[in-house]
Design a protein around this ligand. Structure first.
Ligand SMILES: Cc1cc2nc3c(=O)[nH]c(=O)nc-3n(C[C@H](O)[C@H](O)[C@H](O)COP(=O)(O)OP(=O)(O)OC[C@H]3O[C@@H](n4cnc5c(N)ncnc54)[C@H](O)[C@@H]3O)c2cc1C
Length: 456
């Protein structure tokens, strides 16, 4: 009670997910800076969701599934003594294509896997010259008169132009679906959902791994243990002052209501720059003018254990017009992308792709409606009228896949965005400034940290 505690730190980080937790560890342990990490939940790890089966102790990652072995990613696990393996624990499944709007089977046949992989290899060749412009961040994004035309055309058109249609089913079903109907999305943003490293991962040019025990949460639990009291959990910023000399944040713990004041020389923002997240950050009109241009997808994943799903099945939502081999036709968001068997008893992973405004409740209703449609149309083991989806776990991941319109890109959006870096002692990381992959964000942080440290 009384006056708030005051912490003095070199760097204060907001958000303990992939980008924030990694940066906090490196700033403190590798660069000897004092840090505080503010995390609104009671754990670190953000989009990681490790389900633990109470009876057997088996784990299943229904959020983040594996890590691309980008630059020093494996070393980061090693420093916490976490052993890693190839990460492929998912059982082999029978894919059934169904239009979830009607419950009708879609007689769709994807290209053979060798054709798909050949297309991904070709895709990588086409996009390789652009890598430094978009990955791991937009530092070298071309000036407005030099933006490659291909960046701004719809991704479906791009794949057709280069004869890469055979790659579309794999691109979509792995990570491309994060942006919804990827055929309609400007190519540069589709590349942020499946780009260079994913193409390398799929074609064996880059490893994919995950912890051999404890699920992906094991890494973030180890980080939490390492950072100890330097993390303020269940906490958000309620008020702030940012100047060229440093920042002062008032941070409230929502469980205890305790307010802590953090005075730091630098701020690293590692949360999505949405209106809700930015409200307590005393943005100037010009900062908000830039950040407010972003739109997002909201992704939701969960586990359901209704016994009417056939185990070993992967129920995949495609529009009927995808039959028999239209590889570029996808459902529009918001939609349920799939119900996928996990290998654990009756558990199925549900993936729901929302739009900018979708809420968790709406996502659950959407999943229930799709389930009812599948039940009624006899696609599941019993044909019954209705049944409640039985949720064993549910997580809201969004907002993510931040993007802007083609016109805004042409008007210099990314130059404006990157002008924010370092202004008012504030630096920015996370999906909106880089791309939505764990280890790509670590690589982005590795490039950002020397800039944050300048003059510190
Ligand atoms: C279903 C799904 C599967 C995925 N699978 C993979 C995969 O297999 N491999 C891969 O590399 N990537 C995967 N990703 C993408 C990857 O997880 C994200 O790109 C990454 O987590 C983004 O990191 P971030 O630091 O920007 O945000 P996050 O990891 O989301 O971290 C943000 C953190 O900030 C906290 N926070 C939010 N708002 C506030 C606030 N106002 N104040 C304080 N704290 C706040 C959150 O609780 C969270 O801990 C997946 C994503 C999803 C949704």
């Amino acid at each position: 009670t009384g006056l708030p505690d005051v912490l003095h730190r070199d760097v204060v980080v907001i958000g303990g997910g992939a980008s924030g937790a990694y940066a906090a560890v490196r700033l403190r342990d590798d660069f000897n800076k004092s840090i505080a990490l503010i995390e609104k939940r009671d754990r670190l790890g953000g989009m990681v969701n490790t389900y633990v089966d109470e009876k057997t102790g088996a784990t299943y990652d229904y959020g983040v599934q594996s890590f691309l072995n980008v630059s020093k990613a494996a070393e980061f696990f090693a420093r916490f003594n976490i052993s890693i393996g190839s990460g492929s624990t998912s059982p082999s499944l029978i894919t059934e294509y169904i239009d979830f709007n009607t419950g009708k089977k879609v007689d769709f046949t994807p290209p053979s896997s060798s054709k798909q992989l050949a297309a991904i290899a070709k895709f990588l060749k086409v996009i390789e010259p652009w890598e430094s412009m978009l990955s791991p961040g937009y530092w070298n994004f071309p000036q407005t008169n030099n933006i490659p035309e291909d960046f701004l055309i719809p991704f479906g058109e791009f794949l057709t132009k280069y004869g890469l249609e055979d790659g579309a089913p794999l691109i979509y079903s792995t990570t491309g679906l994060g942006v919804g109907n990827m055929s309609e999305v400007a190519t540069m943003f589709a590349l942020q959902s499946f780009g260079w490293d994913m193409a390398r991962g799929m074609t064996g040019k880059m490893g994919l791994f995950s912890p051999t025990s404890g699920g992906n949460q094991a890494l973030y639990n180890a980080i939490a243990k390492n950072l100890g009291d330097d993390v303020l959990y269940s906490s958000t910023v309620i008020d702030s002052r940012r100047t060229e000399f440093g920042v002062s944040l008032a941070v409230r713990n929502h469980k205890t209501n305790k307010v802590t004041r953090i005075i730091a020389r630098r701020l690293l923002v590692a949360i999505e720059p949405t209106e809700v997240n930015m409200k307590p950050l005393d943005l100037s009109p010009s900062e908000w003018n830039t950040l407010s241009k972003f739109t997002y997808s909201n992704e939701f994943t969960g586990l359901v254990d209704n016994a009417v799903f056939n185990t070993s099945y992967y129920y995949f939502n495609l529009p009927s017009t995808a039959a028999p081999n239209h590889y570029l036709v996808f459902q529009d968001e918001p939609m349920v992308a799939s119900f996928q068997y996990t290998g654990l008893e009756h558990l199925f992973r549900v993936m729901i792709i929302g739009n900018t405004t979708s809420t968790a409740d709406e996502a659950k209703v959407l999943a229930q409606n799709s389930f009812n449609t599948l039940l009624k149309s006899g696609r599941l083991s019993k044909s019954i009228r209705d049944q409640k989806l039985s949720w064993a776990a549910f997580s809201m991941h969004g907002p993510m896949h931040a993007r802007v319109s083609v016109d805004q890109v042409k008007c210099g959006f990314f130059q404006d965005l990157y002008k924010l870096q370092g202004a008012r002692s504030t630096w920015w990381t996370g999906g909106a400034f880089s791309a939505n992959f764990q280890t790509q964000l670590w690589q982005f942080d590795d490039g950002l940290i020397p800039k944050i440290l300048e003059g510190l």
